[in-house]
Design a protein around this ligand. Structure first.
Ligand code: GDP
Length: 474
């Protein structure tokens, strides 16, 4: 499904009437709020001298990475640190970075680029700098499964906590092996064996007890056994026999991205396959460009980046999104085409995915897309909420069912907007205002916020919206 006539016109920056006219000449009678098919979008764009092609880029440019055994060479492991808050994830990453910095670089400044590289006796380990399972899963949700080993940090004085369990479940869901770092063993109350005992409940069983998880007792603060931990990670990696083909056009994932004042869009990518060079043409999600420079976590310019290497790419035309796939293209025009098509597709999708608003309630009902109207209600006094509930109870809800999913006294918060966005709800406020950044957030998330002074106006609006008679919101 494409976009409505109105949204299509908006996207192309043309007059909606012009689109309607051209559609009419093609024998298609459509109104502003009706949807155009992908075919129509292509036809009309073409008609208007725009080269817009709505294709699934993944299909047109699908690539099959078909590496033979001889092509595959051992590669370093990529590690993510997870664990309960305050159990020492950040401290451990700091300790690891310090330990793994080679002599000549000691005292040198490590650039924060989203990942670090540590060297143990000539072997590399790559660490993703954002600890925690939220980032890990967010990346995975976008298709970027880049972690080979999870280091689960559990404080020896605190034991297994809720986020420890979450981290275990996230790692398990991703089928990534867990190495346990029992941290804070320098503390007087530390009981590392109790941690081992507790973890057995979640299927994490030490090798020495006949299980398959490697454990290392460490102190991030006192820098105890950090070398052991790195060695253990490498042992775990050996079991996995991690390999990649370095002799191919590079591909991998964006792990961080930003707009740098002096340098323009900067994306940190993790190479998964092939070798990346300055001068390569790349597409990263909806961004593309020629690689102007490759910079490693030590701030050094590189002529090559190999599998499991994190590097900053300079030269993209826009800021990519973490989790986006990147790929080298032979032909710059293909790269540009793919990036632009993806951008258009994404915009169309966003438009389509915009959340429920009172204005399009009727359309949605007509199109059979909804039978529910979810509301988040915020008011200055409890009485207004109760009055509204009472009024809804009296309404005919045979066609549209009204659900108040959350109601409370107070201003509209960012949490309210998140809830509304996740539940496709409209926010109704009585004598309250959006607070903090909730207004901008609602605009970005396309969540409809309606503010009223009196109950009957809200009721009237909802009644009107149900039958498509709501006057435009000014
Ligand atoms: P995170 O929330 O998991 O990233 O935890 P942090 O690394 O921020 O550490 C939380 C607190 O625990 C900080 O006050 C650290 O100084 C402390 N901490 C971390 N590792 C150790 C350790 O090995 N021993 C002791 N005694 N304290 C630690």
């Amino acid at each position: 499904q494409g976009a409505t006539v109105q949204k299509f016109a908006e996207l192309l920056g043309v007059a909606p009437n012009d689109v309607i006219k051209r559609l009419f000449m093609l024998g298609q009678v459509l109104t502003l709020t009706q949807s155009m098919s992908d075919d129509l979008i292509e036809l009309i764009s073409d008609d208007m001298g725009r080269k817009v092609r709505v294709v699934n880029p993944e299909e047109e440019y699908a690539v099959v990475y078909n590496d033979s055994e001889e092509d595959l060479k051992p590669r370093p492991p990529v590690v993510t640190v997870m664990g309960h808050v305050d159990h020492g994830k950040t401290s451990l990453l700091d300790a690891i970075r310090e330990t793994g910095v080679a002599e000549r670089e000691a005292g040198g400044i490590t650039q924060a680029i989203g990942a670090s590289v540590v060297d143990l006796n000539g072997r590399q380990v790559t660490f993703i700098d954002t600890p925690g399972h939220e980032a890990f899963t967010a990346m995975r949700a976008r298709g970027a499964s880049i972690t080979d080993v999870v280091v689960l940090v559990v404080a020896a004085d605190d034991g297994v906590m809720p986020q420890t369990v979450e981290a275990i479940n996230h790692a398990k869901a991703a089928d990534v092996p867990i190495v346990v770092a029992v941290n804070k063993i320098d503390k007087p109350g530390a009981t590392p064996d109790r941690v081992r005992q507790e973890l057995t409940e979640y299927g994490i069983i030490p090798e020495e007890w006949g299980g398959k998880n490697m454990f290392v007792d460490v102190s991030a603060k006192k820098r105890l056994h950090i070398d052991d931990l790195l060695e253990t990670i490498l042992l775990q990696a050996d079991v996995l026999e991690l390999k990649a083909n370095p002799n191919a056009d590079a591909s991998g994932y964006v792990i961080e991205s930003k707009l740098d004042k002096g340098r323009g869009p900067v994306a940190t990518v993790l190479v998964a396959r092939g070798t990346l060079h300055p001068g390569d043409t790349v597409v990263a999600g909806t961004s593309y460009g020629r690689v102007r420079a490759l910079i490693d976590p030590r701030g050094e310019h590189r002529d090559e980046a190999y599998p499991a290497d994190p590097v900053e790419i300079l030269g993209l035309n826009s800021v990519a999104t973490a989790g986006d796939e990147f790929r080298v293209f032979e032909d710059e025009r293909d790269a540009r085409k793919l990036a632009e098509e993806r951008a258009l597709r994404k915009r169309l999708k966003q438009q389509e995915a915009s959340h429920m608003s009172l204005d399009d309630l009727f359309n949605r009902i007509e199109e059979g897309k909804t039978t529910d109207l979810n509301l988040v209600v915020k008011a200055d006094v409890d009485g207004s909420i109760e009055a509204l509930r009472g009024a809804f109870d009296k309404m005919d809800q045979s066609e549209v069912k009204i659900n108040i999913i959350h109601a409370a006294v107070g201003g509209i918060t960012e949490t309210d907007v998140t809830l509304a966005a996740a539940s496709d709800a409209i926010i109704i406020g009585f004598n309250v205002r959006p607070m903090g950044k909730s207004k901008q957030m609602a605009e970005k998330e396309k969540v409809d916020i309606r503010l009223y002074r009196v109950i009957y106006q809200a009721i009237e609006d909802i009644n009107a919206a149900r039958v498509g008679l709501l006057s435009p919101d000014i």
